[in-house]
Design a protein around this ligand. Structure first.
Ligand SMILES: NC(=O)c1ccc[n+]([C@@H]2O[C@H](COP(=O)([O-])OP(=O)(O)OC[C@H]3O[C@@H](n4cnc5c(N)ncnc54)[C@H](OP(=O)(O)O)[C@@H]3O)[C@@H](O)[C@H]2O)c1
Length: 267
């Protein structure tokens, strides 16, 4: 069974490639606009193109049974039809839950009639790197909405679930809301980063404008969008699901484990 991974150098896509190779997938084709720069691992067939530009996908689906579809909402419907017409049977999509900009991908690709598995990850644990510079330069984090809580997920867990869904068609027709295993506030996350650094890293609550100003240095125009999302979690926290453990048969990565592995980013 041949599998195509789109966005194969992306944060999720690259890990999906690794997971598929580890699982012994017989044929893995990886899509990138720049095969020379992509540095994809040996054993992968590299194809040139970008899912966001359907006109670049000529021939890339040939001989492919199942596709990991990176999230580009504007073209999802068109790409699914191209894939279907080229003989693809199944899609595993990275989307987002209801209310996110990626949610529409699900209905768009379903319209093609292909068998689909939809992965709806919550916030990525790696978003904690938005504080890396503050922690390195000031030893603390200035933020807002300290009681807002959600259950961030490790990229490795998303990729592991994607690989499982790509390799095992019993996941067709399923939608998985993917989260980490614990409900966490930002003060708790910052505390955990401090723990792996071996020092206290305080979370200092600031007025919204001040928190947005601090974040905009790393997130630019998305700082306001990100804080609006936090504000929504004050009254309606995103609760952890068991989907990662259910699919993988092992517990989802905790933030403490993620922080230990990535402590160097904050030193
Ligand atoms: N909760 C969340 O935070 C959440 C939830 C769901 C989805 N998402 C979204 O999921 C995605 C994360 O996946 P990802 O980091 O693996 O990235 P991605 O968006 O799946 O794929 C990015 C790859 O696409 C390729 N690409 C080619 N041309 C591009 C262009 N013009 N613009 C962007 N990418 C281009 C690049 O590879 P080459 O240059 O090698 O071709 C790049 O590595 C993000 O889009 C994120 O916003 C986030």
């Amino acid at each position: 069974m041949a599998i195509l991974v789109t966005g194969a150098t992306g944060n999720v896509g690259r890990l999906v490639v690794d997971e598929l190779l580890r699982a012994g997938a017989p044929v893995v084709r990886a899509l990138t606009v720049n095969p020379a720069r992509a540095a994809l691992p040996e054993g992968v067939e590299v194809a040139k193109g970008y899912v966001g530009r359907p006109e670049s996908l000529d021939g890339v689906f040939d001989g492919i049974d199942t596709v990991y579809l990176a999230p580009v909402p504007a073209v999802a419907r068109e790409v699914a039809v191209l894939a279907r017409d080229a003989g693809v049977r199944r899609l595993v999509t990275l989307t987002g839950g209801p209310g996110t900009e990626w949610y529409g991908i699900e209905a768009d690709v379903e319209a093609s009639g292909l068998e689909c598995t939809h992965l709806e990850p919550g916030e990525f644990m790696s978003n904690a790197t938005i504080w890396a510079e503050q922690i390195r330069t000031t030893g603390r984090v200035v933020g807002a909405y300290p009681t807002a809580a959600n259950a961030p997920i490790a990229l490795e867990d998303i990729a592991a679930v994607a690989a499982r869904a790509l390799l095992d068609e019993s996941h067709s027709g399923r939608t998985y809301e993917l989260t980490g295993p614990e409900l966490l506030t930002h003060p708790q996350i910052v505390h955990e980063i401090g723990r792996v650094l071996g020092r206290d890293v305080p979370f200092v609550e600031a007025p919204r404008e001040e928190a947005e100003e601090a974040l905009s240095r790393v997130m630019g125009e998305y700082a306001g969008w990100y804080l609006d999302g936090r504000a929504a979690f004050v009254d309606r926290p995103q609760l952890p699901t068991t989907a990662v453990a259910d699919v993988l048969g092992r517990p989802a990565t905790t933030f403490a484990q993620w922080a230990e592995k990535n402590a160097g980013l904050f030193r």
